[in-house]
Design a protein around this ligand. Structure first.
Ligand SMILES: [Zn+2]
Length: 187
């Protein structure tokens, strides 16, 4: 009996050691390998108290890189804009149910950074609208999105009369073998 108990005392700890190791094993491929710190330099000019532009876009990943390039390089706003990225972009401003939420974030941007210009970018085939198919036709989609852009502009100017609001509608287009993002200014 004593021999049997001794065997249990030896076998039981041996059984738990590998389990403990397996439990403590850290994930092998992390975004931050070995928890190293990553530092990115910023433009010294951003060390000021305000920017003057707020950009509102949809979250859609297909347009993210093109949006950054368009805002930074084509509009020349690099390091000089706040950015609200929200599913549907203006859909949330036009929709009375979510309008207050977007206005509250907008008010914070105006208060903190003295915003006097807003650039709204919305896009075709937006999931918040149910995609292109939900409109029935390309013309209907275009008309709805342009009408929503203009309504969003009117709502913003109604609340902040001195605001300058610029509107863009973007879409994906196949050019040769490349898919490109087209930006159209909406008046
Ligand atoms: Zn979208």
């Amino acid at each position: 009996m004593k021999k049997f108990l001794n065997a249990i005392f030896i076998i039981v700890p041996l059984y738990f050691i590998p389990m403990g190791c397996a439990y403590n094993k850290s994930p092998s491929s992390d975004l931050l390998v070995d928890n190293q710190q990553i530092a990115t330099p910023i433009n010294p000019e951003t060390a000021r108290s305000d920017c003057d532009t707020l950009v509102i876009t949809c979250i859609d990943y297909r347009f993210a890189a093109a949006n950054q390039d368009f805002i930074n390089e084509k509009l020349g706003l690099k390091d000089n804009y706040d950015h609200i990225s929200i599913p549907g972009s203006i859909y949330n401003l036009v929709n009375p149910e979510t309008r207050d939420l977007l206005f509250s974030k907008f008010a914070l941007s105006v208060k903190l950074h003295l915003i006097n210009r807003v650039i709204i970018i919305t896009h075709k085939d937006c999931g918040a609208y149910g995609g292109s198919a939900s409109f029935g036709s390309e013309i209907a989609e275009n008309e709805t999105l342009c009408a929503d852009l203009r309504k969003a502009k009117a709502l913003l100017i109604e609340k902040y009369p001195t605001l300058e609001v610029t509107l863009f509608l973007e879409s994906l287009a196949l050019e040769g073998n490349e898919i490109k993002v087209h930006f159209e200014k909406i008046l």
